[in-house]
Design a protein around this ligand. Structure first.
Ligand code: ADP
Length: 731
C-alpha cells in the first residue's frame, strides 16, 4: 500500500484513494479476477492504471471507443506514465514503436478495442510477451441487459483460454446485479471479487420540474453557467435540432448530436465539446458513452429519460471531477406516452420490462422525496443522510403543502363526481372553476367541487394531480388516459391514508456542495488559469481536462501557491505535471496575485506533507488521525452533516467538531449550514453582537445554556470569516 500511495502522489498528485480503489488495486496486485462497480466519476481508471505501474509486464486495457482510449492515453502520458493505444488511426511507424516498447518492458499500459485485441496477429504478439493483467473498461457492454450492448465484447469470453493465468478485471458504472452476473459469466472469471461502490453522487444537485416553457426553463439554467460546459438531453432528434438552433440564435455556442447525423458530423461536434470549442452539446441518448470530460457543470433533461438507469448514466456525466454539477429534469406526462410509443415495437417481454422501467422514472419525477435517496434506494442501497443538501426536496425548494389530505380529497372527490371519465387537464379546469364550454355542457359547473381550488395556482393543481398519480391514489385508464380513483385513493377519501403534496418554488437555492467548493476561490484567478489551460491544451492538441481538472484549478485559485513545493500540495499536481507546467503556473499565479494584492500559500501549510497510509476513506475503522481528518474534510466539503461524518471516520464527536472548526477556518467558510441550522445561527449571531465573540462562555450564558458549545464555536468561526458587519460591536 505504501508503494501504491507513493505512485498515486508522484504521478497523479492525489493524496488519498477514493472508496474501494484500494480494494480494487489489491485484487489486481494479487492476480484475483474482479468486477468493480463504481459510479461515473468514482475513479475506476486509477484502479488499473496504478497497479499497471506496480506489476511487471504489460497491462492490456479494453475500451470500446477510440475517443475514450485517446483521452485516457493522453492523460496518462501527461502524468508521465508510459501508455499507448493501437487503433485504426495508428500509423505503421506508431505500431512498430509500440511493439518495440511493449517487448522491451518500457510500455506499461496498452489500450485496445475488443476486436483489435482478438485479431490473430495481436493475440500472437501478446502471447509472445509478458502480460501483467487485462482490464475491461465499460464491461457492461458484454451484457445484453446493459444499455450499451456491443456484440464484439462477447469475443472477450475467449480471453481466459488464450491467456491462461492472466487475471481479468472488469469495470463498469452500471448498477444492476443482473449485468454484474452477466459480466462474470461471459468473461468466465474465476471466483471473482465483486466490489460495488455507493451509487450516490453527492456533488450532483438534482432538481425535477414539470415542463412549462421548455426553452425558457433551459435558458434559466444556462444563464447561471455562462462559461461552463453543459449537456442538454432530448428525447427526439427534432427537439435536438430545434433547441440547438434556438440556443445559437440566442448567441450561445451550442452544437447538436444525434444518430440521424453523419458519423463525421457527430465526431466533429463531440470533439468540439470535449475540446471546449463549444460549451453546450444538445443530444439524444446516442451521446454519452466515452464522454469522460470531467468539467460538465450541468446536465439538463428537456424531457423525461426512459428509465432511472438511463437517468443515472446521463446525469452522471456531470461533475466527474467531484465538483458540483446541476442536474435538471424538465418533464411532462406526454414524455412517458412518447417513450411508450417509441418502444412499442420491442418484443413483448422486453416491452413489459421497458414499461416497468418507465413507471420507475415516472414515480421519480412526480415524487416528493429526496432525489438522492430515491436513486440510491432504487439501486438497492441504503442512504444515510437525513438531508442530502443537494436536491430540490432537501433544499426545501419544493414547499410541502400544509394540509395535503384536504387538498387531495378535493381533487379525488371531483374525479369521482365527474364519473371518472375525464383527463387531468379537464379535472384541473373544473377545480379552478373554468367556464370552458365542455364543462358547462356537461353540467360540471354544478358540481360541489367546481371552483373549489380557485385560490391556488393552476400549475400547482396540475402538479398535485400528477403527484397523486405517482403516489398511487389516482390512475390513468384506457386509451384516453381518463383519471380514476384507485383503492388507495378510496381510503384517502375516508381519511385513512395521507398523501404528501409539494408546490414547486421558482428560484433554485445554492447547494452546500456548490457553496463550499467555491469557498475561498478567487474567481478571477480561476478564469485566468482556465484561459491559460485552454491555450496549453490547444497547443498540445488535447482536451483541456487532460491538462488539469477544474477541481485542481479551483484549488490553485484558492491556495495560490508561490513555490514548486506548494504546487505539489495541490490535489491533481504530481511531479511530472509540476515539472511540465510548474513555472508557467507559478508565473500566472504570481502576476495575478501581485496585480490584485492577494496573499499567497493560503492554507497550504496546514496540508500534510506526507500522504496518509490507509487508502480507503470509506472504512470506518483503522484510519490514522491525519487520514481521519482528511476524510472528514472531504465529507465536510460535500456538505455532509456532522453525525454522518462522526460515523464515517469513527472518531469521538468532540474530535470531529474540532476537525469541522479547522475545516471552516482553513476554507474561510462564512455560512455554518448544514452543521448549524439557520434559526440557531441567528440566535448565536444576535448574542455575539451583544456580548462580543472573543469568548464563547458569555454567548453560551446569554443563550441561557440552551445551545451547545460545539454549535457556538462553529458559528463564531464562521462569523469571524465573514466580512465585518455594519452593526457596531460592543466595546
Ligand atoms: P470513472 O472512470 O469511474 O468515471 P475516472 O477514473 O475518470 O472515473 O475518475 C474521475 C476523476 O476523478 C478523474 O479526474 C480522476 O483523475 C479523479 N480521481 C480518481 N481517483 C482519485 C483520487 N483518489 N483522488 C482524487 N481524484 C481522483
Amino acid at each position: 500500500m505504501e508503494e501504491t500511495l507513493e505512485i498515486l502522489r508522484r504521478y497523479w498528485g492525489y493524496a488519498s484513494l477514493r472508496p474501494l480503489q484500494g480494494e480494487a488495486i489489491e485484487c489486481v496486485l494479487q492476480k484475483r479476477d474482479s468486477v468493480v462497480v463504481l459510479p461515473t466519476g468514482g475513479g475506476k481508471s486509477l484502479c488499473f492504471q496504478i497497479p499497471a505501474l506496480q506489476r511487471p509486464g504489460l497491462a492490456i486495457v479494453i475500451s470500446p471507443l477510440i475517443s475514450l482510449m485517446k483521452d485516457q492515453v493522453d492523460t496518462l502520458v501527461d502524468c508521465g506514465v508510459e501508455a499507448a493505444c493501437v487503433n485504426s488511426t495508428s500509423s505503421a511507424d506508431d505500431r512498430r514503436r509500440i511493439a518495440a516498447d511493449a517487448r522491451s518492458g518500457k510500455l506499461k499500459l496498452l489500450y485496445l478495442s475488443p476486436e483489435r485485441l482478438m485479431s490473430d496477429r495481436m493475440i500472437e504478439f501478446l502471447q509472445s510477451i509478458p502480460l501483467s493483467f487485462v482490464a475491461i473498461d465499460e464491461a457492461h457492454c458484454i451484457s445484453d441487459w446493459g444499455h450499451d450492448f456491443r456484440p464484439e465484447y462477447r469475443m472477450l469470453g475467449k480471453l481466459k483460454e488464450l491467456f491462461a493465468g492472466v487475471s481479468l478485471h472488469a469495470f463498469t458504472a452500471t448498477a444492476t446485479p443482473r449485468v454484474r452476473e452477466d459480466i462474470a459469466r461471459e468473461l468466465k472469471l474465476l471466483e471473482p471479487r465483486i466490489l460495488v461502490g455507493s451509487f450516490d453522487r453527492p456533488n450532483l444537485v438534482y432538481r425535477v420540474q414539470r415542463r412549462s416553457d421548455r426553452f425558457q426553463q433551459i435558458l434559466d439554467v444556462i444563464k447561471r453557467h455562462p462559461n461552463d460546459s453543459g449537456i442538454i438531453y432530448c428525447i427526439r432528434r427534432l427537439d435536438v435540432d430545434e433547441i440547438s438552433a434556438a440556443l445559437v440564435r440566442e448567441g450561445y455556442s451550442a452544437l447538436p448530436y444525434h444518430a440521424g447525423m453523419s458519423d463525421y458530423d457527430r465526431t466533429r461536434n463531440q470533439d468540439a465539446f470535449l475540446n471546449d470549442r463549444t460549451k453546450i452539446i444538445v443530444a439524444t441518448v446516442a451521446f454519452g458513452m466515452g464522454i469522460d470530460k470531467s468539467d460538465v457543470r450541468y446536465v439538463i433533461h428537456s424531457g423525461a429519460p426512459k428509465s432511472i438507469e438511463h437517468y443515472q448514466q446521463e446525469s452522471g456525466r456531470g461533475g466527474r471531477d467531484g465538483l458540483e454539477s446541476e442536474c435538471w429534469l424538465f418533464f411532462s406526462t406526454i414524455d412517458f406516452q412518447t417513450w411508450k410509443k417509441l418502444q412499442s415495437d420491442l418484443p413483448p417481454e422486453a416491452y413489459a420490462i421497458a414499461l416497468k422501467m418507465l413507471e420507475g422514472i415516472e414515480r421519480f419525477c412526480s415524487g416528493a422525496r429526496c432525489r438522492h435517496r430515491s436513486l440510491v434506494e432504487y439501486f438497492g442501497q441504503d442512504f444515510e443522510p437525513e438531508n442530502c443538501q443537494a436536491c430540490d426536496a432537501c433544499l426545501a425548494e419544493l414547499d410541502v403543502v400544509a394540509e395535503p389530505l384536504i387538498l387531495a380529497q378535493k381533487i379525488l372527490s371531483s374525479i369521482v363526481r365527474q364519473g371518472e371519465k375525464f383527463g387531468g387537464d379537464y379535472t384541473v379546469n373544473v377545480l379552478m372553476g373554468s367556464s370552458e364550454q365542455r364543462i358547462l355542457t356537461n353540467g360540471h359547473d354544478k358540481l360541489t367541487t367546481y371552483g373549489l381550488l380557485r385560490e391556488h395556482d393552476k400549475k400547482h393543481v396540475r402538479e398535485w394531480v400528477e403527484q397523486l398519480v405517482a403516489q398511487g391514489f389516482i390512475e390513468r385508464r384506457g386509451e384516453f388516459n381518463v383519471l380514476g380513483v384507485t383503492p388507495a385513493g378510496r381510503r384517502l377519501l375516508k381519511g385513512e391514508l395521507q398523501p404528501r403534496l409539494l408546490k414547486p418554488q421558482e428560484k433554485p437555492k445554492q447547494s452546500a456542495a456548490d457553496r463550499i467548493s467555491w469557498e475561498g476561490v478567487d474567481k478571477g484567478l480561476f478564469e485566468t488559469l482556465r484561459g491559460w489551460r485552454k491555450e496549453v491544451a490547444t497547443a498540445r492538441e488535447v482536451p483541456p481536462f487532460v491538462v488539469f481538472s477544474d477541481a485542481t484549478l479551483r484549488e490553485l485559485a484558492r491556495t495560490r501557491p508561490s513555490s514548486a513545493g506548494g504546487l505539489l500540495k495541490v490535489q491533481g499536481i504530481g511531479e511530472h505535471k509540476r515539472d511540465e507546467y510548474g513555472d508557467d503556473l507559478l508565473a500566472q499565479i504570481a502576476t495575478y496575485c501581485q496585480t490584485h494584492k492577494l496573499p499567497f500559500d493560503v492554507g497550504l501549510d496546514a496540508r500534510p506533507a506526507t500522504p496518509p497510509r490507509e487508502r480507503n476513506p470509506a472504512a470506518t475503522t483503522g484510519l490514522s488521525p491525519s487520514e481521519a481528518k482528511r476524510h472528514a474534510f472531504q465529507l465536510f466539503a460535500q456538505g455532509k452533516p456532522i453525525d454522518f461524518v462522526i460515523e464515517q471516520v469513527a472518531r469521538a464527536p468532540s474530535t470531529v467538531w474540532e476537525y469541522l472548526n479547522e475545516f471552516i477556518v482553513a476554507n474561510t467558510i462564512c455560512e455554518p449550514a448544514p452543521w448549524v441550522d439557520e434559526p440557531t445561527f441567528e440566535r448565536i449571531r444576535t448574542a455575539a453582537r451583544s456580548v462580543g465573540k472573543e469568548k464563547l462562555k458569555p454567548i453560551f450564558e446569554t443563550l441561557g445554556g440552551t445551545i451547545d458549545y460545539g454549535l457556538i464555536k462553529v458559528s463564531v468561526n464562521c462569523l469571524n470569516n465573514a466580512p465585518p458587519e455594519g452593526d457596531p460591536q460592543p466595546s
